[in-house]
Ligand binder design. Structure first.
Ligand SMILES: Cc1cc2nc3c(=O)[nH]c(=O)nc-3n(C[C@H](O)[C@H](O)[C@H](O)COP(=O)(O)OP(=O)(O)OC[C@H]3O[C@@H](n4cnc5c(N)ncnc54)[C@H](O)[C@@H]3O)c2cc1C
Length: 392
C-alpha cells in the first residue's frame, strides 16, 4: 500500500503551510477580524474551495487529497479552517441542491464569509424527534405567507440575521406532505426571540432561544424548493448537519494532546501518566477512524455514490467521541477542570468545559442518539421498523 501523497500534493501542502505561517491569526478573533480571515481563506481557496465562483466560493474541482491536506495543515497550525455554523454547513449545501438561482446569488456568498448568520427553526415544544408533527402555520395572503407559531431550542437565534424555518402550509395534507421550508429575516416584524439559559452559562457561544412568530409576513419567493415539499428539503439540511459533525475529530485530538503535554499531575506531565496516555491512544484510534471514515464519505460524494449505512453512523459516533475527548481533558486538568467561570486558573478560555457541555448537547441536537440508532437499524441495516404509537 502506498501512503505517499505524491509530488503535486506535497507542493500543495507546502503552499498551505506557507500561507498559514504568513497569515495565521492570533485567537480569539473579534467577529469583524474573523470575517476578514474567512474572506482571505476563500481568496486562496482554503475555505469554500469547491463552491462555484459566482456564489462567492473559490470554484475549484473537488479533490479528496487537497481537502485532507488542508485539514491536516490547519490542524497542525492549531487554527480552524472556515467555520462551523448552521449557515455554511447546513444551509449553503441545501441551497446549492434546491435553491433558486436568485436565492443562491443572494445568500451563499455573505454566508460563507460570516457576514450573514443563520439559525435553524425546526423544533417546537410538541415536535422534536417527531419533527413532522410541527404546527407552526403559514397561510397564503397575496404574494406572501403569514407565519404564526413557536420554535424552541433555536441555537444562535439571538445573534442571527436570518432563519430557515419549517412551517405547515398545507394543513389538510398528510403530516409529512404539508410542510414548506422558508427563509426569513430575523428583523421581520412579529418575530420575537426569547433566550433560554443553559448550563454552559456565559461560555455558551451557541446560545439557546425560543422564537415566537406572530403574523410574520414573508414573500412566497422565500420558499426553498416547492411549496409543500419542505420535508424533502429539511432532510437535505439534516443530512448535511449530521455529516458536518464529522468535521474535525483529529484537530480536537491534537489540541487534547497539546494540553496533555502542558498540564501536570502531581508535578509530572499528564502525558507521562500511563493511564491518561492509554486513554489518549484509544481516542486517537477513534479520531483516526473518523478521519478515514470522512475520506471514504468524501470519495463517495465525489463519485456521486450513496455512502449507505456508513453515512448514518457519523453523527452517533462523532458526538460521543467529542464528549469522550472533552472528558479526558477535564480529568487531566484535575480540580481546574471543574472551573467554568473565567478565572486566572482557567485553561484555554474555558474551551474544554464549554466543549464538554456542547458535545453532550450535540448527542441530542440534530436527532438524538436513540433516533440515530433507529435510523441506522431501519434504513441502514433493513431491520423491522419500530411500531407506530397507537392512535388515541
Ligand atoms: C445543543 C442543541 C442544539 C439544538 N439546536 C437546535 C436548533 O438550532 N434548531 C432546532 O430546531 N432544534 C435544535 N435543537 C433541538 C433538537 O433537535 C431536539 O432536542 C431533538 O430533536 C430532540 O427533540 P426533543 O428535545 O423534543 O426530545 P423528544 O423528541 O421529546 O425526545 C425525548 C427522549 O425520547 C427519546 N425518543 C423519542 N422518540 C423516540 C423513538 N422513536 N425511539 C427511541 N427513543 C425516542 C429521545 O431519544 C429522547 O431521549 C437542539 C438541541 C440541542 C440539545
Amino acid at each position: 500500500m502506498d501512503l505517499e501523497y505524491g509530488e503535486r500534493y506535497e507542493a500543495f501542502r507546502k503552499e498551505v503551510r506557507s500561507f498559514l505561517e504568513a497569515n495565521k491569526p492570533e485567537e480569539p478573533l473579534a467577529w469583524k477580524d474573523r470575517q476578514a480571515w474567512l474572506s482571505l481563506q476563500i481568496e486562496h481557496g482554503y475555505w469554500a474551495r469547491t463552491i462555484p465562483k459566482e456564489y462567492g466560493g473559490y470554484g475549484a474541482e473537488p479533490d479528496l487529497l487537497e481537502t485532507v491536506i488542508m485539514d491536516e495543515e490547519f490542524n497542525r497550525a492549531g487554527v480552524a479552517r472556515g467555520f462551523m455554523a448552521q449557515g455554511p454547513s447546513m444551509l449553503v449545501p441545501t441551497l446549492l441542491e434546491h435553491g433558486t438561482e436568485e436565492q443562491k446569488q443572494r445568500w451563499i456568498a455573505p454566508t460563507l464569509c460570516g457576514e450573514v448568520m443563520w439559525c435553524q427553526g425546526y423544533s417546537e415544544p410538541g415536535a422534536g424527534s417527531d419533527l413532522a408533527s410541527l404546527q407552526t402555520s403559514a397561510t397564503e395572503d397575496g404574494d406572501d405567507f403569514v407565519i404564526n407559531g413557536q420554535k424552541i431550542w433555536t441555537s444562535t437565534a439571538d445573534k442571527s440575521q436570518m432563519i430557515f424555518v419549517l412551517v405547515r402550509t398545507e394543513p389538510d395534507a398528510k403530516k409529512h406532505a404539508g410542510i414548506s421550508y422558508i427563509l426569513a429575516p430575523m428583523d421581520t416584524p412579529g418575530i420575537e426571540v426569547r433566550p433560554l439559559r443553559t448550563m454552559t452559562g456565559d461560555l455558551g457561544e451557541n446560545s439557546f432561544n425560543q422564537v415566537f412568530f406572530s403574523d410574520v409576513r414573508v414573500p412566497m419567493s422565500n420558499v426553498v424548493g416547492k411549496r409543500g415539499e419542505g420535508w424533502k428539503i429539511a432532510n437535505t439540511t439534516l443530512k448535511h448537519e449530521r455529516s458536518s459533525l464529522n468535521a474535525n475529530a483529529e484537530g480536537t485530538w491534537l489540541r487534547l494532546k497539546r494540553l496533555m503535554e502542558k498540564e501536570t499531575v502531581n508535578g509530572v506531565p499528564a502525558m507521562a501518566s500511563p493511564v491518561y496516555r492509554d486513554r489518549l491512544m484509544r481516542l486517537q484510534a477513534r479520531a483516526l477512524t473518523m478521519k478515514h471514515h470522512g475520506m471514504r464519505m468524501l470519495t463517495c460524494s465525489l463519485k456521486n455514490d450513496s455512502p449507505g449505512v456508513a453515512g448514518l453512523v457519523v453523527k452517533l459516533q462523532n458526538c460521543q467521541l467529542s464528549f469522550d475527548m472533552a472528558a479526558l481533558a477535564i480529568d487531566v486538568m484535575g480540580e481546574l477542570g471543574v472551573l467554568y467561570d473565567h478565572t486566572k486558573y482557567e485553561r484555554e478560555l474555558g474551551f474544554w468545559q464549554s466543549y464538554s457541555m456542547f458535545s453532550l448537547g450535540l448527542i441530542i441536537g440534530g436527532g438524538t442518539a436513540q433516533i440515530q440508532k433507529n435510523i441506522i437499524s431501519e434504513r441502514g441495516l433493513g431491520l423491522p421498523r419500530e411500531p407506530k404509537p397507537a392512535k388515541a
